[in-house]
Design a protein around this ligand. Structure first.
Ligand SMILES: Nc1ncnc2c1ncn2[C@@H]1O[C@H](COP(=O)(O)OP(=O)(O)O)[C@@H](O)[C@H]1O
Ligand SMILES: [Mg+2]
Length: 471
């Protein structure tokens, strides 16, 4: 059953309503749900779905001719042939056909044309430029290899450069959507869900393993999904990323592994991997800007364009987990999976704590603080950290995040130390202090005293969307 993707569908329908032709790209990593989204969008519309397998042009055209036959034959005058002898002929037909009415055409795994018929990109460009003004085609190129898709459409030397009207980057579900999705399948408590989410992320495909592997114990479920001899996701990171990086995948993997282990600055990564700082810089920039597998973070009070205080993290929760616990232990997993799992059990709570901090940042972004923050994020300086800081010119709200159950006395201690750390912040305004714990006793008491006090129960409740900049 198809779930959510409301904003993406809204965007697609908006483009669908524009007069004339549009060229759209849907991209995102393998398994994130691009094909599912494209198929959902096609429902109830006059449209065609073409999968670009790595085959001969002739074989592809056989399939494509059949699809045209099945879906459009009622609208074709009998003298029109729906057998095509080249991809160019097919595209020309589609552009001409859509003169009379709107037609959606999806090419899934579009980047594969590179191996099927490299010259197709320039013929597509020629036909598109010539005919798009008079036709009503919504052309959707779906692509899994982020780097490759960008090269095809964003490189000035490539024929299709500048032809794309709209880009949709498909991301995993956010924490709240993932929660609702899983809850629609199986009964899970919020604490276990946070643990599962910190390994599976918001990937619908991976979350579908929860009903199969989870029966009340998250460690057992993760063992079955990631570590066991037949675990379905044990090789997943390799399968998804190897083709993306091509020949140089080992270097990219080393960097991602180092980051997942907590080496987050260029210097630390260079020390850990033994690569030269300059080389590390090159890879980091590629992994961040081109492939988008890393996110560059700066302390929330710093100017991202000027500061040198940067830290990298793996953007995708699943990859973060996989590199940290599976890839890092590959050899050991072959030899002694039991030992790997023991170590994993010891390190996992702290790992979940980090995930909980990121969820907390998103939670605070959605929270009504009584002011609209200019920025929300983490802050750190010389070994001191504040988990969430939200501020505008007059107000500052600070939170300590704890993946633990806190009693009232613990909570007060945490708040006291937060107040001390606040003195290090270069921010003026009215300060408020808060806690986001896993469980929090006597929240009401703390709130009466003016603190912002939340636990997982508050966090997991469905929230309104992030406020739109237009409202
Ligand atoms: N929105 C969704 N709702 C429910 N399940 C989904 C959704 N998106 C993806 N899936 C599941 O994840 C699997 C992988 O999605 P798919 O569209 O094939 O990914 P991609 O094309 O990006 O590699 C699908 O087979 C489906 O089971
Ligand atoms: Mg697909």
């Amino acid at each position: 059953m198809f779930y959510d993707r409301e904003r993406e569908l809204e965007k697609l329908n908006e483009v669908y309503s524009y007069p004339g032709s549009s060229f759209l790209v849907i991209y995102g990593r393998r398994r994130v749900g691009k094909t599912a989204l494209a198929r959902e969008f096609l429902k109830g519309k006059q449209g065609l779905y073409f999968f670009v397998g790595e085959k001969d042009e002739a074989l592809l055209l056989e399939e494509y001719s059949r699809e045209v036959e099945e879906r459009l034959s009622d609208h074709l005058p009998p003298y029109v042939r729906s057998k095509f002898s080249s991809l160019e002929e097919l595209v020309e037909f589609l552009l001409d056909f859509s003169r009379e009415g709107r037609l959606v055409v999806v090419f899934d795994e579009f980047q594969n044309f590179r191996t099927v018929k490299p010259s197709f990109f320039s013929s597509l460009q020629r036909l598109w430029d010539e005919k798009k003004e008079t036709s009503n085609l919504v052309l959707i190129a779906v692509g899994s290899y982020v780097g490759m898709i960008k090269r095809i459409f964003m490189d000035r030397k490539e024929p299709l450069f500048g032809r794309v009207d709209e880009w949709i980057k498909l991301r995993p579900f956010d924490f709240w959507t993932a929660w609702k999705f899983v809850r629609s399948l199986i009964d899970v408590n919020p604490k276990d869900f946070v643990e599962l989410y910190s390994a599976l992320g918001g990937m619908p495909r991976y979350l579908l393993y929860v009903p199969r592997y989870y029966s009340g114990n998250t460690l057992e479920a993760l063992w079955g999904i990631f570590f066991d001899e037949f675990a379905p996701l044990r090789e997943e990171g390799l399968n998804v990323l190897k083709l993306e990086f091509g020949r140089f995948y080992r270097a990219h993997f080393s960097i991602l592994e180092a980051v997942s282990l907590g080496h987050v600055t260029p210097k630390e990564i260079s020390d850990k991997t033994g690569m030269k700082l300059l080389t590390v810089g090159k890879y980091l920039s590629e992994l961040t800007n081109h492939f988008e597998y890393l996110t560059k973070e700066v302390p929330v009070t710093e100017n991202p364009l000027k500061t040198r205080r940067v830290a990298y993290r793996i953007s995708d929760e699943f990859f973060n987990f996989w590199f940290r616990f599976v890839y890092h232990n590959y050899t050991a997993l072959e030899e002694d999976p039991g030992k790997v799992f023991e170590r994993f059990k010891a390190e996992f709570p702290a790992f979940v704590g980090k995930t909980y901090e990121r969820i907390a940042v998103e939670f605070v972004r959605r929270l009504d603080l009584g002011f609209r923050p200019e920025r929300v994020g983490m802050w750190w300086h010389k070994g001191k950290e504040i988990d969430v800081v939200a501020y505008d010119r007059k107000n500052v709200a600070l939170f300590e995040v704890k993946w633990r159950d806190l009693g009232l006395r613990d909570a007060r201690k945490v708040l006291k130390s937060l107040e001390r750390k606040a003195e290090l912040l270069p921010l003026k305004g009215d300060y408020r202090f808060g806690i986001i714990a896993r469980g929090l006793e006597d929240k009401e008491e703390l709130r009466k005293e003016g603190f912002l006090a939340f636990d997982l129960g508050d966090l997991i409740r469905p929230r309104p969307q992030r406020p739109s900049p237009l409202s």
